[in-house]
Write a protein that binds this ligand. Structure first.
Ligand code: T1G
Length: 703
């Protein structure tokens, strides 16, 4: 028997423990071990019932994602046929689901006749998050267990559900009183089944999964939900698989599911999403910082500035049960900040995401103060004051005096020089940048900006606390704009210039949202505030704007007081939540183009795509070459989680690899020539891109 399985016979019960840490991923070796163990139990006359469980607690996180796109994915015994075999065993098979059953792990449990969980058990079919669909019977067995509509909602959500909800739906038959009782209560359940002479597989609750649904249920479901799917393939394949479950016998439905799964597995979108899955795990690995490094404790946090950012930052720590001192200079600002936090929580209560009691518990963790001395015992202090170097440096000089030795001093600056801030204190090794994205209590991305002097344990501690508060930390070096905003600059510059040359903001945004970006650049600038982008440009004008047309449209709108949504007018007109094009902006662009002698012409969508995307990609590659970003996949994570780049394109670097690096370079060189002086100035290929193409590399990496 494989060491991936712990097999034992106890009083007529075969106990089969999956022992492939950390998550019992159902790779070929474990699949083979499961089938051997189950066949052994099925053939042993002493065995009257079988229990399948996770030896180390977790049941299974599903198929081995590293196998996808390789021969191993369907190496015998493949998961679908393994599970069909389990369903043919003529003895009650009980899945004792500890902690988690996801994807193929849940399908394994569904192939068992009976399922028992424990209070913390969570289950889900998470394949959609990888651009896949359940490919081992999930789309066929789940509808027969809980009905087509519930099954469809669960599969398309890709979400985990807790034990109670799983029991309510009929996925779990029982819930053990405690995790440590799970196996004992699974034994008791199995013995009950034996005593009752229970069948190996209970009658399917829904032999006709759609029997209670209107005939056009699936068609209506597609019409209602398809707009939100944008160009995503997997949801459409899920719908087709559910249709098979409703119309075909199980065996034919399983065959249909398998064909659809293979289509999904081979898709670019799934390859991109699998890239993102592993990128998120890679991002936490920093060369030279081992997992055994001693971390600083973070039992108490302080946030300076109770504005939108400061309040949102404070909420992250209160949500994780960490006490937060929130400091402001004036009582009114502090009161407003605390009130806004309470309002944010009240919205969560209204939405059922938390209870009123939890709201009060979190508010009790927030301590407002006007006195810096109250920060003396904070382990981590994060400033979120006005984005001006002098103000931030003054704050750090004060922190130097009041904070205890070893306290981590973090700045939330979105682009300023962290080293220049660190230089104002005699302990620069304790200084780091923590760039939260607004709204800070919602956005997962956190750029962790390592200064020249930042100590390794400070970096390791902040990376860990970031994960603890539910953030996705990505390491950045110090440069203007770090990773995200540094790349936003040329992307935004090209968009501005294209409107001078004849495109409209709506046309540019249409091309970008047509690529499935959450927002076009001009809508994003209107949302963030044209005044904000003006101030950021202004703080770096000497370094960047060596071209009189540089973002001139944005400059003019700023001068006109058109700041975007906050003033009702920016690149677009806003009436309430309605946004519409504004002819005045086109007239303004025409006037500017005339003044600046920029020739206007009709511009096609492909040019808009290429100029915006290639400049975005080029800057990312340049960041990699400068060592600001550790790896290309980190850059992808920043743009997916901070700027709405579609995860099913894998992020700008992965997207560039799919387009072909040679095509990206050729495009940049093309515009360098056809755009005259402007092209010569701005379309300078990153040297690393040139090196990669010259070497025939198809992947973006340092060479
Ligand atoms: N396959 C391979 N490796 C996996 C894995 C998986 N399914 N899940 C996790 N790992 C690795 C992960 O890369 C990391 O490795 C380590 O385990 C710890 O993970 C046929 C087709 C389970 C909630 O979508 O959501 O089944 O970095 O850091 O934060 O229909 O992992 O240490 O080398 O994430 O505690 C469906 C994906 C697959 C679940 C645990 N399953 N995993 O989170 O730890 S498709 C999923 C997760 C499928 C079937 C279909 C999370 C987790 P390393 P971790 P964690």
């Amino acid at each position: 028997m494989s060491d991936l399985i712990h097999y034992r016979l106890e009083d007529g019960l075969a106990l089969i423990g999956l022992a492939h840490p950390p998550v019992n991923a159902l790779g070929q070796p474990l699949r083979a071990a499961i089938i051997d163990a189950c066949e052994r139990a099925a053939a042993d006359e002493r065995v009257e019932a079988i229990i399948l469980y996770g030896e180390h607690g977790m049941f299974s996180a599903g198929a081995d994602i590293t196998e996808f796109g390789t021969e191993a994915s369907f190496a015998e015994p493949d998961l679908p046929s393994t599970l069909v075999r389990l369903t043919q065993i003529h003895k009650p098979l009980v899945a004792a689901i500890g902690k988690l059953a996801l994807g193929g792990g849940m399908e394994l449990a569904l192939a068992c006749g009976y399922r028992i969980g424990e209070p913390s058990t969570r289950v889900g079919l998470s394949e959609i998050n990888l651009g896949l669909l359940p490919g081992a019977g999930g789309t066929q067995r789940l509808p027969r267990l809980i009905g087509a509509e519930s099954a469809l909602n669960l599969i398309l959500s890709g979400q985990q559900i807790d034990a109670e909800r799983a029991r309510m739906l009929g996925i779990l038959d029982r819930i053990a009183t405690a995790a440590e009782q799970l196996l004992d209560e699974a034994r008791a359940y199995a013995n009950e089944l034996i005593d009752y002479g229970a069948p190996a597989r209970p009658t399917e609750a829904w032999p006709e999964p759609a029997e209670d649904l209107p005939g056009d249920f699936l068609a209506r479901y597609r019409t209602e939900h398809e707009p939100r799917w944008k160009s995503r393939l997997a949801p459409r394949l899920v719908l087709s698989a559910l249709e098979a479950a409703c119309l075909l016998p199980l065996e034919e439905g399983l065959a249909r599911e398998l064909a659809l799964f293979k289509q999904a597995e081979a898709s670019r979108q799934s390859k991109a999403l699998r890239h993102v899955f592993f990128a998120e795990r890679e991002a936490g690995r920093i060369p030279g910082i081992g997992a055994d490094i001693a971390l600083r404790k973070v039992d108490k946090v302080a946030v300076i500035g109770a504005g939108t950012m400061g309040g949102g930052i404070a909420m992250n720590f209160a949500n994780a049960g960490i006490p937060v001192a929130l400091l402001e200079l004036k009582g009114e600002a502090l009161d407003n900040g605390l009130m806004q936090i309470r309002k944010n929580y009240e919205i969560s209560v209204k939405r059922g995401k938390m209870t009123a009691e939890q709201l009060e518990q979190r508010m009790d963790l927030l301590f407002g103060t006007l006195d810096y001395n109250d920060l003396a015992d904070a382990d981590l202090v994060i400033e979120a004051v006005f984005e001006q170097m002098e103000i931030k440096q003054q704050v750090f000089r004060t922190l130097e005096k009041v904070c205890k030795p070893g306290a981590i001093l973090a700045t939330n600056t979105s682009s300023l020089d962290v080293d220049a801030i660190a230089a104002t204190v005699s302990r620069p090794q304790d200084v780091i940048g923590l760039h939260f994205f607004s709204p800070a209590n919602v956005m997962r991305l956190l750029e962790v900006v390592r200064g020249k002097a930042t100590a390794p344990d400070v970096l390791a501690t902040t990376m860990k606390i970031a994960k603890h508060i539910g953030k996705l930390p990505v390491l950045s070096g110090v440069c203007f704009g770090f990773i995200g905003n540094r790349m936003l600059e040329p992307y935004s510059r090209e968009a501005h210039r294209l409107v001078l040359e004849g495109a409209t903001p709506a046309q540019v945004d249409g091309v970008l949202t047509g690529l499935d970006l959450n927002m076009g650049i001009f809508s994003m600038l209107d949302l963030a505030g044209i005044d904000v982008s003006f101030l950021i440009r202004d703080s770096n004008r000497a370094a960047i704007a060596h071209d009189e047309t540089y973002c001139r449209l944005g400059e003019e709108l700023y001068a006109l007081g058109r700041y975007g949504q906050k003033t009702g007018r920016g690149f677009y007109l806003y009436e309430g939540r309605n946004c519409k094009e504004d002819d005045e902006v086109v007239v303004l662009a025409e006037r500017l183009a005339d003044e600046l002698e920029v020739p206007r012409r009709s511009i096609d969508d492909q040019e808009i795509h290429d100029r915006c995307m290639f400049m975005l990609i080029n800057e990312g590659i340049q960041l990699l070459d400068e060592g600001i970003a550790l790896r290309a996949s980190d850059i992808d994570l920043v743009w997916i989680n901070g700027y709405g780049f579609p995860a099913h394109l894998g992020g700008p670097m992965h997207y560039a690899e799919q387009l072909g690096l040679d095509k990206v370079l050729a495009g940049i060189e093309h515009y360098r020539h056809v755009l005259g002086e402007y092209g010569q100035m701005w379309f300078q290929p990153a040297q690393l891109l040139e090196r990669l193409v010259a070497a025939g590399n198809t992947r973006i990496e340092i060479i």
